[in-house]
Structures are given as C-alpha cells and as structure tokens.
Design a binder for this molecule. Sequence first.
Ligand SMILES: Cc1ncc(C[n+]2csc(CCOP(=O)(O)OP(=O)(O)O)c2C)c(N)n1
Ligand SMILES: [Mg+2]
Length: 235
Amino acid sequence: MAILGYDQHGHIAKPLCRRARHRACGFSNGQYLVGAAHALKIRGTRNLAVSFFGDGAINRGPFGESLNWASAYGLPVLFVCEDNQWSATTRTSDMSAGEGAAARARAYGVQAETVDGMDCEAVYRLAGRLIDEIRSDGRPRLLHALTYRFTGHVSVDPAGYRDPAEVAAARERDPIVIARARFEAQGIEPGRLDALEQAARAEIERAVAAAENAPWPSLETSRQEVQDLASPDWT
Ligand SMILES: Cc1ncc(C[n+]2csc(CCOP(=O)(O)OP(=O)(O)O)c2C)c(N)n1
Ligand SMILES: [Mg+2]
C-alpha cells in the first residue's frame, strides 16, 4: 500500500511497505496515518502505522479527532509525540490546558506512556514494547518522548525568545552524547563509534547534495496524487 500526495512541506509522504510512518508539521498528516491504519486493519495485516508529530500539534483539532477514530475503531497506530517543549516561538505549556499529550490520549481510551526522550535506549525499548502490544491487541498507543529543541523552529529562527541558560542546560543531556558515553562504558571501541558517526554525517551530506541538485518539480506534478475536488480549470 502507498500513501500518495504532498503535505505542506512537499514530498514527505512515503510509500508504505510494512509500516506507514510520517512526520509532519502541525499534525497535518496524522489523519492520513489513521486512515492508513484503518486500511491495514480491513486488510487483516499485522502491520501498523507510526505517526510522528511535535508538541505544538496537540493543540490542533486533528490530534483529538485522530485519537478518537483510532480508539473507537481499534486501529493499529503508534502515535509518537516528540515533546521538545516549544511550539515554534511559544512555550507549549503556556498555551496548553491540562496535562499534555499523554493525558489527552488517555481521555480517548488510548494507552500512553511518557519516556525520557534524551535516552535513546529507553525510547527504543518503549517503542518496541508498544509496537508488540499494538500487534497483539490491535489497539492504538501513544509514546510521549520528553526532549528539548536545541535550535529554532526553522533554520532562519535564531530562537532569541528563550533563555540561553535553558538551552545550555538541555544540551548537557544531548541524547547523542549520552548514547555515546553509554556505548563506551559498555566497551565499544571509540574508533568504531567515530566511524559510525562519520558514516552518518556522510550519508546526510549525500542526501543534502542530492536534494540541492535535484531538478524542480514541474507544474503538472503539483496536481498529481492529491485530492481533486473537481476543479478542472484552476490554471
Ligand atoms: C497543518 C498546520 N497547522 C498549523 C501550522 C502552523 N504551525 C507552524 S509551526 C507550528 C507549531 C509546531 O510546533 P512543534 O510541532 O512542536 O514544532 P517545533 O517548534 O518543536 O519544531 C504550527 C502549529 C502548520 N504549519 N501546519
Ligand atoms: Mg515542539
């Protein structure tokens, strides 16, 4: 199965093979994932959909609608809230009622667990357990990862609206630094970790170069694979 179409930031929607997964701003595509999960259920597969979104998304209506649908119909979805405490330029807690993503999920009958999002191993283990649980009872789960946004919301945002001391304190708990220290403590050679890091950097650089060198899409493609509400002649 494939999810087709484009979200606001372009060509993010990915072909679905065994798992549907998507990360989008403002929960713009979270509902697609619930639809995909519904299709997976109807087809009787053991596969599931994984929907990644930020803490800013939980104050948008589609978050509640998606939790409701997934819970009411018993759909195999893992909702993953990357709670970095900032919604663009606003501290999320300043504009959010109640106890946040996990409490909201529970109100809809969706089991939710909060984890230290700076601890890669803890996130990995919890995700694995929740995925196993979804596969066994077919019901949705929400993984709430508490983390911090080191930079601005986008590359042109210097994030001058927050205290540098808060950022510095969060950087002390950088998940990559924590993971590396833990691997070293487990006896993994630093040279091997350096090689992994270099390979990851090289892969990112190749991806950036490929994107920068790719041709712009044609005008025709902008209307392919998107919902068409019968407006044949916009142009
Ligand atoms: C569908 C949709 N609704 C609303 C917005 C407006 N918007 C832009 S940024 C943002 C908050 C994003 O917060 P978060 O997901 O926590 O991202 P972060 O600031 O942590 O990168 C919102 C609601 C949007 N871009 N798309
Ligand atoms: Mg955020």
